[in-house]
Design a protein around this ligand. Structure first.
Ligand code: SF4
Length: 290
């Protein structure tokens, strides 16, 4: 990766970014890669040396690593911290680094630390459920001890005491433990096998020069175009619809339809490989022609 330093951060930041502590060891794929889009994983591997990222954009990732390091010192007698577990599934060596395993009566509680925003905590992320269930599978597969519970320990970096008092559903503390639904063992295993088959197909496409499997709407964080019915001169919408036809039916005298164009949020602002992505290129060309 080409690291830039547009905001002139102190050299210590640059040094620490250039000395990563993370490694997925001998694994073909880590749990976090497994739940990611196969297209993104392939493009990242192919173009890693050409991806440009500014040090300032990596500060929250650094903050997350710092929290993990500090919490390692909180290890107790019944804790296993930062253990990387491996398994072979359908010829792939998969791995996951588990932040905390607590030995309890008859089993293990698996926790993952997330430094995140309040919004993410209020809108539980599908990726958290998948990631924690992969960890649970790795634990039971390797240790033959039942996993009793899986949870995210969220450290909320933008927590506000005022919002905690005034907003419904807002986390009441800057550190919040969120229970994650634990799937049956067979469901976890089926999920892992399905992800491996998707990544395997993408890997094959990359090696043979075929088109990569495209990202799904969820993977692109796609927002659909909506149609808001608004009063002339008004600010708020009377109603918002998913089709133009529905919006037209809701129209009344003195009202008009405002088209709110959808977007692929991840592609446009958050995807490290967007400059190498044919799918995004075609999408932009279609938009320009529209
Ligand atoms: S730019 Fe969009 S479509 Fe392309 S890899 Fe990234 S998320 Fe997927």
């Amino acid at each position: 990766m080409k690291l830039t330093n547009k905001f002139n951060l102190p050299q210590t930041f640059i040094n620490v970014i250039e000395r990563p502590t993370y490694t997925k060891g001998k694994a073909n794929i880590s749990a976090t890669e497994m739940i990611n889009s196969p297209q993104i994983v392939q493009l990242k591997r192919k173009h890693w040396d050409d991806i440009e990222q500014d040090a300032s954009e990596m500060v929250w990732a650094l903050f997350g690593s710092a929290v993990h390091s500090v919490l390692e010192h909180g290890k107790g007698d019944t804790h296993i911290v930062e253990e990387r577990l491996h398994a072979n599934v359908d010829g792939w060596n998969i791995s996951g680094a588990i932040d905390l395993q607590e030995i309890v009566d008859g089993g293990i509680i698996v926790s993952d630390y997330k430094t995140t925003g309040a919004w993410a905590v209020m809108n539980e992320k599908v990726d958290w459920v998948s990631q924690l269930n992969i960890y649970a599978w790795l634990v039971e597969h390797n240790k033959k001890i039942p996993v009793k519970k899986i949870q995210v320990v969220a450290i909320i970096r933008d927590w506000s005491a005022r919002d905690a008092k005034t907003r419904d559903g807002y986390p009441q503390s800057p550190v919040t433990t969120i229970d994650i639904q634990l799937w049956p063992f067979e469901q976890r295993e089926a999920f892992i096998k399905n992800r491996i088959s998707l990544h395997s197909a993408a890997n094959f496409s990359m090696e043979t020069g075929e088109s990569l499997p495209t990202c799904t709407a969820e993977e692109m964080w796609e927002k659909q175009t909506t149609y808001a019915v608004k009063k002339e001169g008004g600010v708020r919408a009377k109603s918002v619809h998913t089709t133009q036809e529905e919006a037209e039916q809701a129209l009344a005298k003195g009202y008009f339809i405002e088209v709110r164009n959808g977007e692929r949020t991840r592609c446009g602002s958050y995807c490290q490989v967007s400059q190498f992505c044919e799918q995004f290129k075609k999408y932009n060309e279609t938009k320009e022609q529209a």
